[in-house]
Ligand binder design. Structure first.
Ligand SMILES: Nc1ncnc2c1ncn2[C@@H]1O[C@H](COP(=O)(O)OP(=O)(O)OP(=O)(O)O)[C@@H](O)[C@H]1O
Length: 330
């Protein structure tokens, strides 16, 4: 069976490879992540199986999937922390291990608790900068950019989960990389922190960088991501712009009218099914918005709202992963 969400991705990849706009570094080609046939098994069980997708520059791409779906394995394989059994991942055409200055190419947040607990945020970042020949001035810049300047001299061990996330993002930004790979960057952030991440990632993408993040917080991801890749049981089950995932609702149209009985009579005789949750509001199935508008016009009924209902990312996700849940709660 053809999966329409994967077909959308194919159409985009050919367009994108022809017209690589939105460049981060105009001297270079556009940055992308290309994963091809990635397969990894642990003790005979696939963590990821023949996973292929591309993440393009200039937009924020979300990576979604239930627990154990293979998100971390995929992200770790991209940056060479996991060794796949088959397939490969390339960033801007090259494997991560071949980069002479990897932090300048790729910033990764894969474990927000990776910093030494006894070190200050400043020392943590300064030591990374020193070992990667990144100017010390950059440390102050990323502390400022991530809102950590005031706590820069505090020990990381005393940081909240949200502060730890900010520090992980600061470390990822240190080399001013063209590609960012962030595993659950909004986990543990308060609403202000989530808004901050959203604005930061949108800005980084607008600069032409490649931004790839995983999250199980669907509503946040819907606000942050332009494009979504969904993985279930180690296989890609959707790869599509967020708008196309949510716009395909269930075909229902919300109609508001001061003359609900007359409109209901008219459209039910035309084959529609009508439900009403409050007076003057009809949820119509079986006719398009245009057909409803025409029926209303012919019946001389005023419409004050006519809205095709979108499914939320959560509804789209639940539908797509229903069969892919490894762990279904009782
Ligand atoms: N080091 C490992 N040893 C054994 N099994 C592993 C290892 N790493 C991952 N797995 C298994 O591989 C599968 C995919 O795990 P992975 O961590 O990639 O999923 P995930 O989508 O990131 O999950 P989560 O949302 O829970 O972090 C799981 O079944 C997991 O138990």
């Amino acid at each position: 069976m053809i999966n329409p969400w994967l077909a959308v991705a194919d159409a985009h990849s050919s367009v994108a490879s022809m017209a690589r706009g939105n460049r981060y570094d105009k001297e270079k080609d556009a940055m992308t992540i290309d994963v091809e046939g990635l397969t990894k098994a642990y003790r005979g069980t696939y963590a990821v199986r023949d996973v292929s997708f591309s993440v393009r520059s200039g937009k924020v791409t979300g990576f979604l999937g239930p627990n154990g779906a293979g998100k971390s394995t995929t992200m770790r394989s991209i940056v060479g922390l996991d060794r796949p059994d088959a397939g490969r991942a390339r960033i801007d055409g090259s494997e991560y291990r071949t980069f002479a200055a990897p932090l300048r190419e790729v910033g990764a947040l894969l474990d927000a608790r990776a910093a030494h607990r006894s070190r200050s945020a400043l020392n943590h970042l300064a030591s990374i900068a020193a070992t990667h020949r990144i100017p010390r001035s950059r440390v102050d810049e990323v502390l400022e950019a991530t809102g950590l300047s005031a706590v820069a001299r505090k020990k990381v061990g005393g940081f909240s989960l949200g502060m730890g996330q900010r520090l992980g993002i600061a470390a990822a930004l240190l080399g001013d990389p063209g590609t960012l790979i962030l595993d659950e960057p909004v986990n543990g952030l308060d609403p202000e922190g989530v808004t901050w991440v959203r604005e930061l990632l949108a800005r980084l993408a607008a600069e032409g960088r490649t931004v790839f993040l995983s999250s199980h917080l669907l509503n946040e991801l819907a606000l942050i991501a332009d494009h979504v890749i969904i993985i279930g049981r180690g296989e890609i089950i959707a790869d599509a712009p967020i708008g196309s995932l949510t716009e395909r609702g269930d075909g229902r149209v919300r109609v508001r009218t001061p003359d609900a009985p007359a409109l209901t009579r008219r459209i039910t005789s035309a084959g529609a099914t009508v439900a009403s949750s409050e007076p003057g509001v009809l949820d119509v199935e079986g006719l398009s918005a245009e057909q409803i508008a025409r029926a209303a016009h012919e019946a001389g009924v005023l419409l004050t709202e006519l809205t095709p209902l979108r499914q939320t990312l959560e509804e789209a996700y639940n539908r797509l992963t229903r069969d892919a849940q490894e762990f279904v709660s009782a």
